[in-house]
Design a protein around this ligand. Structure first.
Ligand code: NAI
Length: 339
């Protein structure tokens, strides 16, 4: 048990709030796609999180090695690797939280929607397994296109009779992480204290950072705000191009995924005032799913917060993103209901 305390004190990013790891309840977390570019560093970061008691690493290949490697780290959680569909049930049984970075990433020149044909099928089958083996788990969807994969999972859960809109999250945290980093650089303020909500969806212009609500306040010009918005929207493409065919963001995504999962676990454990942005079922706009600030609690989404005051530039951005986001959501719903 002393190693738990050591872990939480040596990893300030994942340091607990409100209680020590000794009193944290048992929590089983699964990573589906755990041997991939995101999955491996995400498995590492979740192994460092003292809120996790059991870490389940699933992929269609490669998980025995990843699990053996990560399991040697002297932190709280027990680690198990599961490989291939016949082990998926075991991987999921008893899970409190399932994180899904399974599927193919973008190559230069591709949009997230170009991944639809492959990833939609993967997400559909993983969601069906979640409905069967851990219907009450929170689900953190990382697989792209998030704007469509979240509606797909929702439809699969509805058909299985297990859908709880409070428990399904599209992970848009990387957009927030990027917005904070770019804003801090431009505003010349320490990045640790920066907050920027990012709303809408998770692809191109559907990513809408609300720099008018960024804190600490800075006097940035309209040109600066435009450039920051564009860079946040194109952040993923910046990485895809720099990696030149070797995939998309994996390390920063693993960080963002780990921070979001940690927030979900804190919410489950009853820590008050945990608020992060996520793409969830929503009624704050006319679209059935939308990313905005969300209060996390013991049942998942406790409250979907509204957008707050928008600048004229952000109002325009909101208007332009609605048709694309609407069609991506509809595409997901249609796919899930085929055959
Ligand atoms: P990767 O190709 O390195 O890894 C994907 C892993 O998924 C592989 O290990 C593969 O074996 C596994 N996989 C494939 N089919 C599976 C199945 N049926 N069940 C379980 N695992 C399966 O890809 P990477 O870079 O890790 O990206 C994964 C996904 O995350 C992509 O869809 C990518 O677009 C998305 N992504 C999302 C971001 C976000 O902000 N939400 C940011 C960056 C990437």
């Amino acid at each position: 048990r002393s190693t738990c305390a050591a872990a939480s004190s040596t990893h300030p990013l994942l340091r607990r709030r409100g209680y020590s790891s000794e009193s944290a309840p048992e929590r089983k977390v699964a990573v589906l796609g755990a041997a991939g570019g995101i999955g491996q560093p995400l498995a590492l970061l979740m192994k460092l999180n003292p809120l996790v008691s059991s870490l389940s690493l699933y992929d269609i290949a490669g998980t025995p090695g990843v699990a053996a490697d990560v399991s040697h780290i002297n932190t709280r959680s027990e680690v198990a690797g599961y490989m291939g569909e016949d082990q998926l049930g075991k991987a999921l049984e008893g899970c409190d939280l399932v994180i899904i970075p399974a599927g193919v990433p973008r190559k230069p020149g591709m949009t997230r929607d170009d991944l639809f044909n492959i990833n939609a099928g993967i997400v559909k089958s993983l969601a069906a397994a979640i409905a069967k083996y851990c219907p009450h788990a929170l689900v953190n969807m990382i697989s792209n296109p998030v704007n469509s994969t979240v509606p797909i999972a929702a439809e699969v859960f509805k058909k299985a009779g297990t859908y709880d809109e409070k428990k399904l999250f599209g992970v848009t945290m990387l957009d927030v992480v990027r917005a904070k980093t770019f804003y801090a650089g431009k505003a010349k303020v320490p990045v640790e204290g920066v907050n920027v909500p990012v709303v809408g969806g998770h692809a191109g212009i559907t990513i809408l950072p609300l720099f008018s609500q960024a804190t600490p306040k800075a006097n940035l010009s309209d040109e600066d705000i435009k450039a920051l918005t564009k860079r946040t929207q194109d952040g993923g493409t910046e990485v895809v191009e720099a990696k030149a065919g070797k995939g998309s963001a994996t390390l920063s995504m693993a960080y963002a995924g780990a921070i979001f999962a940690d927030a979900c676990l804190k919410g489950l454990n009853g820590v008050p005032d945990v608020i992060e942005c996520s793409f969830v079922q929503s009624s704050i706009t006319e679209l059935p799913f939308f990313a905005s600030k969300v209060r996390l609690g013991k049942n998942g989404v406790e409250e979907v917060l509204d957008l707050g005051p928008l600048s004229d530039y952000e109002k325009q951005g909101l208007e332009s993103l609605m048709p694309e986001l609407k069609s991506s959501i509809e595409k997901g719903i249609k796919f899930a209901n085929q055959s």
